[in-house]
Design a protein around this ligand. Structure first.
Ligand code: ADP
Ligand code: MG
Length: 333
């Protein structure tokens, strides 16, 4: 059953250009989708759009179907309910999201009281269970955020995200502020919890290696679009888009922070949404661009079984109509 289906999503910030330009994604319950790409490629915009958390004045079009219902068409009351009980989000930099003057137990209990209509005793019990679930003693409920380490605070954020039994968890660079050892631990924790409870997960990171390790499928974003999508390990080990290739070359092994923001052999930065290059937006940085790439936009095309890439070269292994890959694609709702 499709849990999340994003169709032709476009997001334009007030006074700006489109930061997300026609994204299609699909996620089943129990499936984990990684979203990778350099800073500025539209990953957070996509994540925020899923729960309508974008600033006022932002224009959004397309469809975001959560269990078949379009989040973009929901009334505000419904959106608020969905934010806790339907889907929840774990942001980067937990310290900024926790309230410094309230005990963490009370902060975890709050949505349970509000959205689950639990009794205070029931909420306390659930809070203790959640803390233990994320690897903290239940007694830590009485701690204030400053009494916890960065990794522990991020565990609290995960407990909060799971508090109302969401069906979908969105994690936007949940570990960026943490040191390398803790990063891998937290990503694995999220992955475990999601697997145990058969939830859907959208995990955003620029670290392709970790995503390859923890997710089923991987989408690579560039300049507001998905430019490659496929089984996570395949995309990581054998990318079909030159951008995916460059990104994965930047992560020779898990936890290598030195090369994080500098994809090897890929000079420059992703373009600003207001000054997109013509044709394939990646062509100015692409080591294998053809003349035609300067003028011709590239749509996602078949790049193997259940794999797509928006590159003129991706068609090298384009399957014939009627082949398993073609069928997999045409049966995707
Ligand atoms: P990522 O998460 O991949 O780093 P973002 O989604 O944060 O990318 O940003 C995508 C683009 O949208 C960037 O060019 C960024 O400058 C722009 N952007 C992000 N947030 C806002 C905002 N609140 N107002 C205007 N532009 C924004
Ligand atoms: Mg971001």
């Amino acid at each position: 059953m499709t849990l999340l289906e994003v169709r032709n999503l476009e997001v334009t910030y007030a006074g700006g250009a489109a930061a997300v330009r026609g994204v299609d994604l699909s996620l089943d319950a129990g499936q984990k989708l990684g979203v990778a790409g350099e800073s500025g490629c539209g990953k957070s915009t996509l994540a925020l759009a899923l729960l309508r958390l974008l600033p006022a004045g932002t224009r959004t079009s397309g469809e975001i179907l959560l269990d078949g219902e379009d989040v973009l068409k929901m009334k505000w009351g419904q959106v608020r309910a969905v934010r806790w009980a339907g889907a929840s989000i774990v942001f980067q930099g937990a310290m900024h999201s926790l309230n410094a003057v309230h005990r963490i137990g009370d902060q975890i209990a709050e949505p349970i009281l509000l959205h689950k209509k639990a009794t205070p005793a029931g909420a306390r019990k659930k809070t203790g269970e959640l803390l233990e679930h994320v690897g903290l003693p239940a007694a830590r409920a009485s701690a204030y955020p400053h009494e916890l380490s960065g990794g522990q605070r991020q565990r609290v954020m995960i407990a909060m995200a799971l508090a109302c039994d969401p069906r979908l968890v969105i994690a936007d660079e949940p570990t960026t502020a943490l040191d390398v050892m803790i990063q891998a631990q937290i990503l694995r924790l999220i992955e475990q919890l999601v697997s145990e409870q058969d939830l859907g997960l959208v995990m955003i990171s620029h670290d392709l290696a970790v995503l390859a390790d923890t997710c089923d499928r991987l989408a690579v974003m560039y300049a507001g679009r998905v430019v490659e999508e496929g089984p996570a390990r395949q995309v990581y080990e054998d990318a079909r888009h030159p951008y995916g290739k460059a990104l994965s070359a930047a992560f020779p092994r898990i936890g290598d922070t030195a090369s994080r923001f500098a994809p090897r052999g890929l000079p420059g930065d992703p373009p600003d949404p207001s000054a997109l290059p013509s044709g394939c937006t990646f062509h100015p940085r692409c080591p294998v661009a053809l003349d035609s790439c300067i003028t011709e936009d590239q749509e996602l095309r078949d790049a193997g079984t259940a794999r797509w890439a928006a590159c003129v070269h991706a068609g090298a292994s384009v399957p014939q109509p009627g082949s398993p890959a073609e069928e997999a694609r045409s049966s995707t709702p």
